[in-house]
Design a protein around this ligand. Structure first.
Ligand SMILES: Nc1ncnc2c1ncn2[C@@H]1O[C@H](COP(=O)(O)OP(=O)(O)OP(=O)(O)O)[C@@H](O)[C@H]1O
Ligand SMILES: [Mg+2]
Length: 341
């Protein structure tokens, strides 16, 4: 049900009941109303310009969107179609109008909820990262420190417990030592899993290589690494986000791909850093992507948060490619790497 109108000399000569109802008036009330009284002040200029073009510049037909005021005050979004016609021997304008308010509101809602989803993902990522760093530090510094003290004490006990009566103590401490060492190693490993120290000391590329090799061993998958260009000079924040994207891409290969090989290509060229994780597995099937999975969402959000982009696509010969592209960072690396931690 479209609204139909006829305008002569910038005023409505005729509207159908749908048109009148769209704005809360009767058909009779509309006769003689100027166009500029219906359209919102900010859009009057544009509406009159289109009117002029059709009437005086030979543009016979125009379609555009504008906003009007309903009788009760709310805004009505409309799509206008109009053509020049002959009205009692003179030029007039006739056409149809469609109320698109609902569609505009739905688009706005969708837009808003997308933005909120992005904000949420970003919040989750940063709070998770903060928590991880904090835990990693505590496990490493506090727990690690305490365990080292225990180890020293065990040594002291061992040194002082000589003589036959103390053989039993010797035996206990002998058993205790490897246990303490194992605990120290485990604490270090947990700390590294939470936040690899290599990322801070040796940089992103070294951290990627080391993680990739460990992944290959654990999953019995062949791994390959290629690098083009020099070590990228990325900020600590950017390096962390890249590394987390890499970890999730790798985790996905292990969980879903059933791949035999995974190849990582890192490229630092023309002020742009690119990282590709390519597997030769079963390939990614978008329609079957699980609802509620957040890995992809989180990777995309991490990429966005550092001004980069993430592309995930199927490889022609089977398998999946995850590509992260980030504009380069040219600041001083050594200072920066510790700056925002
Ligand atoms: N390398 C891959 N090969 C094949 N399928 C993949 C690959 N990576 C992702 N997928 C598919 O895409 C889906 C979405 O991945 P995503 O990382 O978002 O979720 P997830 O790994 O299932 O769960 P999580 O939220 O814990 O990450 C996966 O469930 C899987 O079906
Ligand atoms: Mg995942």
């Amino acid at each position: 049900m479209a609204g139909v109108y006829l305008v002569f000399d910038e005023r409505f000569q005729y509207v159908n009941s749908t048109f009148a109802g769209m704005f809360g008036y009767t058909q009779e009330e509309f006769v003689g109303t100027p166009i500029r009284d219906l359209v919102l002040p900010d859009f009057v200029g544009q509406a009159m310009e289109y009117y002029r073009r059709r009437m005086h510049e030979g543009v016979s037909s125009i379609r555009y969107f504008t906003r009007c005021r309903h009788r009760d005050g709310h805004v009505v979004h409309i799509e206008v179609h109009g053509s020049r016609v002959d009205y009692r021997g003179q030029a007039a304008l006739a056409g149809v109008v469609i109320d698109v308010s609902e569609r505009v509101r739905r688009d706005q809602d969708l837009h808003r909820s997308r933005r909120r989803l992005r904000e949420l993902a970003s919040y989750l990522n940063s709070s998770r990262e903060e928590l991880r760093s904090q835990l990693a530090r505590e496990v490493h510094d506090v727990l690690g420190g305490m365990l080292s003290s225990i180890k020293l004490d065990v040594f002291r006990i061992q040194r002082r417990s000589s003589g036959p009566a103390l053989a039993e103590i010797q035996e206990i401490t002998q058993e205790l030592l490897p246990l303490v060492q194992d605990t120290i190693d485990t604490a270090r490993q947990i700390s590294d899993e939470l936040r690899p120290r290599m990322l801070d000391t040796l940089g992103l590329v070294a951290a990627i290589r080391s993680e990739l090799e460990a992944f290959g061993r654990r999953n019995e998958i062949l791994v390959g690494f290629m690098m083009e260009g020099a070590e990228p000079e990325l900020s600590a924040e950017t390096a962390t986000q890249c590394f987390r994207v890499f970890q999730e891409a790798l985790t996905n290969v292990g969980r879903h791909a059933q791949a035999e090989t995974v190849e990582v290509r890192v490229r630092n060229r023309d002020g742009r850093f690119e990282m590709q994780v390519r597997d030769d597995g079963k390939g990614i099937d978008r329609p079957s992507m699980r609802e509620g999975s957040i890995g992809m969402l989180s990777m995309a959000e991490r990429a966005r948060s550092i001004g980069g982009s993430l592309y995930v696509h199927a490889r022609a010969g089977g398998g999946t490619v995850v590509l992260l592209a980030v504009p380069g960072y040219r600041g001083p690396r050594s200072n920066d790497r510790t700056a925002d931690r």
